[in-house]
Design a protein around this ligand. Sequence first.
Ligand SMILES: Nc1ncnc2c1ncn2[C@@H]1O[C@H](COP(=O)(O)OP(=O)(O)OP(=O)(O)O)[C@@H](O)[C@H]1O
Length: 248
Amino acid sequence: MLEARALSLQQPARLEDVSATLRPGEFSVILGPNGAGKSTLLHLLGGAIRPQSGAVWLDGKPLAALSAAQLAQQRALVEQQPARPAGMAVDTLLTIGVSGHNPAARQQAIDYACIHNLLHRDCANLSGGELARVHLARALHQLLSSHRASRYLLLDEPTAALDIGAANLQLASLRQIARQHQLGMVAVLHDVNLAVQHADRVLLLKAGRTVACGTADETLQLPLLQALYDTPLRELHDAAGRRAFIAG
Ligand SMILES: Nc1ncnc2c1ncn2[C@@H]1O[C@H](COP(=O)(O)OP(=O)(O)OP(=O)(O)O)[C@@H](O)[C@H]1O
């Protein structure tokens, strides 16, 4: 398990007493308004920054006690604005953070992210959506190459550059990968309805504090979401019982 235990931070962003647990095989979502601290929390979970109090624990050990090599085998982060190294072919980018040679894992990552036609392109010339898929493949390659049982994929707004259909397909595919490979996944999202459709667990974060944390059914509730975004919302239901939220 990857656990955030009572994380607090003053700089660069303010977080106060945030706790969360990521389990293998589950797809978790962090929702909250702009500036709530979602990306900061993701960076804390990945070990890129350290909390002022509290700690992140990975399988019963503090993250800070693990080497960079151990961390690379157990967690991968896809940034909100991923690197676009000029002069580097996609094929080469895919090897970053990967230990050893595992052609099957590489092929699975390429297949999942549908980047077969991009392998020889220069990263500098990719569209925003293509670059997002390439970095997803890099992170999946990193984790699927690892033989560790407990692995976590941290995704900062993975659907931001995708159209509505592509975003839906990508999250459905990620949830399937999480279950099939027993990866723990957490994605920062802005689209509440994507969370309704795909999340197993949800953390609602506002001004650095937890508003709610639990299953999707417990957390994706009209009063909580209205308080989270300080916005009147309406909840819609279709004949199949599916829910959606709209503003107004
Ligand atoms: N490196 C930094 N230097 C200064 N301020 C920062 C830095 N990183 C984050 N912040 C500030 O901390 C707050 C939280 O930022 P963060 O990126 O974690 O929020 P977020 O919830 O991911 O926002 P968004 O939804 O807009 O991406 C913001 O007010 C932001 O301006």
